[in-house]
Design a protein around this ligand. Sequence first.
Ligand SMILES: Nc1ncnc2c1ncn2[C@@H]1O[C@H](COP(=O)(O)OP(=O)(O)OP(=O)(O)O)[C@@H](O)[C@H]1O
Ligand SMILES: [Mg+2]
Length: 306
Amino acid sequence: MLTVQDLTKHYGPRIALADVSFSLEPGEFFGLLGPNGAGKTTFMSLVAGLRPADAGEIFFNGERFSPERIEQRAQLGYVPQDLALYVDLTAEENLRLFGQLYGLSGALLRERVAEGLRAAQLEKRRAEQVRKFSGGMRRRLNLVAAVMHHPKLLLCDEPTVGVDPQSRNAIFEFVEKLHAAGTTVVYSTHYMEEATRLCSRIGILDHGKLLAIGTLDELLAELPFTEQIRIARNDATSPHEAIFQQFGQVSTGDDAYILQPRAGLHLSEFFAAMERVDVPYRHLTVTRPSLENVFLHRTGKSLRDG
Ligand SMILES: Nc1ncnc2c1ncn2[C@@H]1O[C@H](COP(=O)(O)OP(=O)(O)OP(=O)(O)O)[C@@H](O)[C@H]1O
Ligand SMILES: [Mg+2]
């Protein structure tokens, strides 16, 4: 469906994307996970044909992508991170305009506008100017405006930034529905929870480089531990770190220790020691590592720190 090869982009001396290569099969839900400044928007804008790459190639369905080719662009939907709406127009007028730009008219256009308003949960506010909308409402409209023509490949650039959990869920459901109907999705985010929940394959981007790519299982498999143990303290001053260190790598958070067991450790040994030494704690949880751990493992820094 989409292949990028050695895609590279500089802004002056700054490198925003460096030799990014990967391929997507039709129907994939691909996540591009990376902190601020990683190059996500740059990647999206190159694939959307809004900016030229300095080097590298983009192929759609095996054919070289050229922004001038209308039939290629018609297969593409782009949800920009910076909202692309006309605030002086109403919700309905915006959708009609986007639909017309994609060549829709007549009954089909009316149908798609109605579908969009319904999906964005803005039917009741259809006749209001977008400038009177909240940020979350604008995000929802921005998303449906990009899919008026039912694209085969949808590029979503951080579509949930700044929205409340309810709008976020509405956006997830909408994109998941498009995906279920056969749309291939590229979804950028700096929230590992979103990438974990939505995406069948994830690429980790940092400083313009694609550091890793794979399914969640494949990415987690590169970690030297398969679970983490969180030990919530009941006494902030208790000096138990040394005990935990026998079992693996320990980090100390505000109210808990996080233990990453060393390879080959039987968890029963750890629990036996906890009982033997009678370490006081509030509760223990054994969890699966996350993409945050993968990012930390690869870059030595936290995804949250940027
Ligand atoms: N128009 C521009 N001119 C100069 N530098 C730019 C421009 N756009 C982006 N950059 C730089 O390119 C790098 C990648 O930026 P980009 O916007 O692609 O990152 P991002 O992953 O989308 O970040 P965010 O999560 O903050 O949206 C950054 O260092 C940024 O400062
Ligand atoms: Mg961005």
